[in-house]
Design a protein around this ligand. Structure first.
Ligand SMILES: [Zn+2]
Length: 262
């Protein structure tokens, strides 16, 4: 009986089941294709980077993409040194870094500097920007002060200027005049000397500055190329892409940046 019922059941229901089967199949295939298409399109949409070891700030904020993109990409790579002085009428748009110190920085790069300092503070560090933008006049005053000191030590005028230039750029030639350089020290140790290198603030900056578009501008092994003694506290904004290249390859800006054409 069971066998007969089974047989009758199969013969009666089979065409109907086939219709149902092919109807469902006909619906499922396009639906699957649409789902796959939607998934594939979602994969190629620009979106935030996957969360990883690198800080989210510089990469995930579309408005902050600068290096290598568009006509404004080169401003942050401008080489400023004794052979590439800034024009006399250099007048960058500036913003105050910290109202307490009153130090200023190029407005276009300030948010990167702030992000870097904020990240340090979140880790319990105490960074202090003791010197940002300098006007031509203030750079001249600092340079002359160093020349005077050397003259008092018995150097001739020419020698005194050479000595001063080892530590302070002549007016027009300092990166601080560009508005893109910052001397960052530890609030616990504000001496601009070799002890700065031993602070946790410098250890952090040397390891992470490139993630925010900054480089250690005067490395220990590049004195001959930069013309400036090792300064573990002096950081220069160049944009994230250039900063990562420069720091990972152990270069200095003289080796990386082309001289400005304008
Ligand atoms: Zn400096």
């Amino acid at each position: 009986m069971q066998s007969r019922k089974h047989t009758r059941g199969r013969t009666a229901a089979s065409p109907l089941r086939r219709i149902r089967f092919f109807t469902i199949l006909g619906l499922l295939i396009p639906l699957s294709l649409i789902s796959v298409l939607i998934w594939a399109m979602a994969q190629i949409q620009p979106g935030p980077s996957p969360s990883g070891a690198a800080p989210a700030f510089p990469r995930d904020t579309p408005s902050l993409i600068l290096a290598g993109e568009g006509q404004e990409a080169s401003w942050q790579l401008r080489l400023v040194n004794s052979t590439h002085p800034l024009p006399g009428d250099w007048d960058p748009d500036l913003s105050v870094i910290d109202p307490i110190t009153g130090e200023k920085f190029d407005s276009r790069a300030l948010e990167y500097l702030r992000a870097m300092l904020d990240a340090m503070e979140r880790e319990g560090l105490q960074p202090l920007v003791c010197s940002g933008y300098r006007s031509y006049e203030s750079q001249e005053a600092i340079f002359q002060q160093n020349v005077e000191t050397a003259l008092c030590q018995g150097y001739t005028q020419e020698e005194a200027e050479e000595q001063a230039a080892l530590w302070v750029m002549p007016p027009g030639c300092s990166e601080h005049q560009s508005g893109l350089a910052a001397d960052i020290v530890s609030a616990e140790n504000q001496n601009l000397d070799e002890t700065q290198e031993d602070t946790p603030e410098q250890a952090w900056l040397h390891a992470h500055c490139q993630e925010y578009g900054f480089i250690l501008r005067y490395p220990q092994d590049k004195t001959e190329l930069t013309g400036v003694n090792y300064e573990p506290w002096h950081y220069r904004y160049v944009g994230e892409e250039a900063a990562r290249d420069i720091m990972s390859q152990g270069l200095c800006l003289e080796e990386y940046a082309a001289p400005p054409t304008a």
